[in-house]
Design a protein around this ligand. Structure first.
Ligand SMILES: CC(=O)SCCNC(=O)CCNC(=O)[C@H](O)C(C)(C)COP(=O)(O)OP(=O)(O)OC[C@H]1O[C@@H](n2cnc3c(N)ncnc32)[C@H](O)[C@@H]1OP(=O)(O)O
Ligand SMILES: O=CC(=O)O
Ligand SMILES: [Mg+2]
Length: 535
């Protein structure tokens, strides 16, 4: 299917957000016509697939546990490979991620990592200004003219050698309320993908790179097929050969784990890898089984990648990817460097090292880091275990991961410290997110939308089921959570001081957290609830 010429189209997309002179360089008539085309072509199907997610949830709610589909067994058995991997994606040993903030984009591209994932998703609060500024920043980065002057007088610009750029658009669930089509918010993913692709695809190709994407939170191979259709449509519209776009799919939902091979198949012309998005994966595990009183997980600090269900899933990702010629990317350790406390810092770095070492030894072809200070550590470990650009030739055919492995509950307990940490982290994260910041350090850990989802999902689960009991015997109740939210809010208020507290969004964060954890219904996404309050 090829798109009609953009110049002949009459624009019916409505822009509700502010359009400054600088924003107008992104929100051009041609770019908006392109986004509008994508929206017209693909929104109805996106809506159907979101409805299908709810149907799957209803099936699970009545006891149908997920399993590998008999109907797609031929895809898992047949002989096929993904399309070729471009030269600048062959070696992905360390990928740094970060929001589309101007300074951070420069720092990340200069960090020494092989790849930079510029994030419109877990690490980005989707304010209108933040998103459009992010598009400006990315365009300037692609054109190698990006600069930043800090208030302290420091000047930032790109090094001669930089990381390969990958962009992660928002997940299918997130709307963009500042762009309306037929009076309704458009899918945020189509805005992020459409604007970035329209403005940068040709330049990237000319530079010898390409339009590369990370695809988040997919729940089924049909959702992967939708992205494939979008890629074909977009490439045809801009007269770019099909197969030029290269994507990496995050396996970060429990249902997606049962269809990872099918997802790779659907996107085989466009897909070069899968990634273990461990944080959303844990969240998805809690969410999809939230009706099961026995599926109550221990405190999130105890759910590590060595837990059977997570280790099994990461091994499955490696097995599937290597069988099909794709990169099997590892995930993000939550630890970040700790300033002014060498001992605590060393302990954090030891945890990061152990995580990266396990990934490299297991067969991952690369990993994620959250901070430039972690790049040399991860590089050193992957250099040691993977001197070659990747280890795709390592086949894990003797490993047999079953549905039971993927559904084995992690063991552990729930402590008061864990309860307080979930409440405090969710409160502080939500407050930051409502203020336009999508990734923050809290207690020396990186917290983003995925980790905050785990925190609030656990609180809901612990309140609602008999197994939600602290290790000192106290049942976690609505009253206990309310009272602890209040206490943690006061403690944060003392810590940040009155001016910061008054200028921030703390009471709203507390209200939303209380609502989402104590209500009967399990909210599909925290970010959807909070988005109503975002400018
Ligand atoms: C579950 C998932 O989806 S994981 C993927 C999503 N999450 C992310 O992308 C995490 C990204 N990381 C971050 O946002 C940050 O590292 C944080 C918020 C965790 C910590 O940030 P800070 O407290 O500002 O870190 P810190 O003060 O140590 O930063 C030192 C320098 O490194 C820079 N920096 C820190 N993290 C990054 C990053 N990820 N990319 C680029 N630069 C970074 C800072 O901008 C700062 O630069 P400067 O010295 O030039 O001013
Ligand atoms: O996106 C990554 C995750 O862990 O979630
Ligand atoms: Mg994620």
């Amino acid at each position: 299917m090829s798109a009609p010429p953009i110049e002949n189209q009459k624009l019916s997309l409505q822009i509700i957000g502010k359009v400054t002179a600088e924003f107008a360089t992104i929100l051009t008539t041609s770019a908006l016509a392109f986004v509008e085309d994508l929206v017209k072509q693909f929104t109805p199907h996106r809506d159907e697939l979101l409805a299908r997610r709810l149907e799957r949830q209803q099936q699970i709610d009545v006891g149908q546990l997920p399993d590998f589909f008999p109907a797609t067994a031929h895809i898992r058995q047949d002989n096929w490979q993904v399309g070729p991997t471009p030269a600048d994606l062959q070696d992905r040993r360390v990928e740094i991620t970060g929001p589309v903030d101007r300074k951070m984009i420069i720092n990340a591209l200069n960090s020494g990592a092989k790849v930079f994932l510029a994030d419109f998703e877990d690490a980005q609060s989707p304010t209108w200004s933040g998103l459009i500024e992010g598009q400006i920043n990315l365009r300037d980065a692609v054109n190698q003219v990006i600069e930043y002057h800090s208030p302290e007088g420091k000047r930032y610009q790109l090094n001669s050698q930089t990381a390969t750029l990958l962009v992660r658009p928002r997940g299918w669930h997130l709307p963009e309320k500042h762009m309306l089509w037929q009076g309704k918010p458009i899918p945020g993913a189509l805005m992020d993908f459409g604007l970035y692709f329209f403005h940068n695809a040709h330049t990237l190709i000319t530079k010898g790179s390409g339009p590369y994407f990370y695809l988040p939170k997919l729940e089924s191979h049909l959702e992967a097929r939708l992205w494939n259709d979008i890629f074909n449509y977009a490439q045809d519209a801009l007269e770019i050969p099909r197969g030029t776009i290269k994507a990496t799919v995050l396996i970060e939902t429990i249902l997606g784990a049962f269809e990872m091979e099918e997802m790779l198949y659907e996107l085989r012309e466009h897909c070069v890898g899968l990634n273990c998005g461990r944080w959303d994966y844990i969240f998805s595990f809690i969410k999809r089984f939230h009706k099961y009183p026995d599926f109550v997980l221990p405190g999130r600090e105890q759910i590590t990648m060595t837990s059977h269900f997570l280790r099994s899933y990461s091994q499955k990702v490696i097995q599937v990817c290597h069988r099909r010629g794709a990169h099997a990317m590892g995930g993000m350790a939550a630890q970040i460097p700790i300033k002014n406390d060498p001992q605590a810092n060393e302990m954090a770095l030891t945890k990061v090292r152990a995580d990266k070492e396990r990934e490299a030894k297991d067969g991952h072809d690369g990993t994620w880091v959250a901070h430039p200070g972690l790049v040399p550590i991860a590089v050193e470990i992957f250099n040691k275990y993977m001197p070659q650009p990747n280890q795709k030739d390592r086949q894990l055919e003797t490993i047999d991961i079953t549905a039971k492995d993927l559904l084995t509950l992690p063991t552990g307990n729930i402590t008061e410290a864990g309860l307080r940490n979930n409440i405090s982290a969710a409160l502080q994260y939500l407050e930051a997110w409502l203020g336009g910041n999508g990734c923050v350090p809290i207690n020396n850990l990186m917290e983003d939308a995925a980790t905050a989802e785990i925190a609030r999902a656990q609180l809901w689960q612990w309140i609602h089921y008999p197994k939600g009991v602290l290790n000192d015997g106290r049942k976690i109740t609505v009253d206990l959570v309310r009272q602890t939210i209040h206490q943690e809010l006061e403690s944060i208020r003392n810590q940040v001081g009155e001016p910061r507290y008054q200028a921030g969004h703390y009471p709203l964060a507390a209200k939303l957290l209380e609502q989402i954890t104590t209500q009967d219904e399990f909210a599909e996404f925290l970010t959807l609830v909070a988005y109503e309050h975002l400018p």
